[in-house]
Design a protein around this ligand. Sequence first.
Ligand code: F6P
Length: 353
Amino acid sequence: MHNFRRIGVLTSGGDAPGMNAVIRAVTRYALSNGVEVFGIYEGYKGLMSGNMKLFSDHDVSNIINRGGTILYSARSKEFVTEEGLATAIKTCRDNKIDGIVAIGGDGTFRGATDLTVRGLPCIGIPGTIDNDITATDYTIGCDTAMNTTIEMVDRLRDTSESHARCSVVEVMGRNSGYIGLYAGIAVGASAIFVPEFKFDENEVINKLVRSKKYGKRNFIILISEGLGNFGEEFARRVEEKTEIETRFARLAHVVRGGAPSLRDRVIGSEMGVAAVKLLLSGKSNRVVCMRKDKICDEDISYALTLDRMFKGKLKPEELDGYSDEKVAEMRDFCAAKRAEMERVYRMNMDISK
Ligand code: F6P
């Protein structure tokens, strides 16, 4: 088994509330097990340039409550080249870094796999507000982002009620409708539009007209950014066809900032410890996951393949290394995940006005 002396921790891709809880847990757990920790700044970019600091317990004090990431983040194009990867590996060799904990989304995990196959053990931790990593039920930051969305939309509801208006609100999530769906239910949205499911906008417009007739004054419609410019255009059509004054609001990066929720701090801490345990027990190329409220782990390459299958991006040859049974298991997993989301989506249709 590998004898770890030093590990590195980095955050990459879009930042997410709760990343600091992970950094703190990784650092504290490693130090208390006799392993030194380099905090690597600006993700893989910092790994290439050697922008890092040997952390003490004190360096991660007073950060669990802070939004963003104290290690900063970046998306590096250079890192994905052969040269970039070689530079990153050299930085690790020169600084005696024996393993990396990489916190981020699917791009971050691809980077972790690339380093692992070049001899540097890596463990991934899902950190993105989008909750769009198929292998895990939860990604750090999503809970805070959804709670912030609720807070913002509740405010919009106050003013919409005063003026008898409709607020069409677009929320982040990249191609995933997870934030839109769950925050939409939580704010009592009249309708939710997400990229995962087909919808009939005329049905929604008719519903608004009916509800207005019965005296409803405010209307909230949640739209996921994955639908492109649909939100802004739909807001215009709502006003035109219903004669309800309508305003469009894009929450954008506002929901990515702010103090992390309890859930993001606690799950972040648990995942940080789990990642260090995996490295110290000689595992690599694993991603820490949460399934049915339990922390577990999965092979990163498998997780990425599963992810592409779920998102309909899989090339047939990517399944070559898997047995028929495994492929069937993957398909069932993806189908169950989609079915659960659809159940929640349809449930909201039955209770929204
Ligand atoms: O992946 C997190 C996320 O906030 C997405 O929801 C959004 O589409 C994207 O990042 C925005 O990226 P950027 O911060 O580069 O504008």
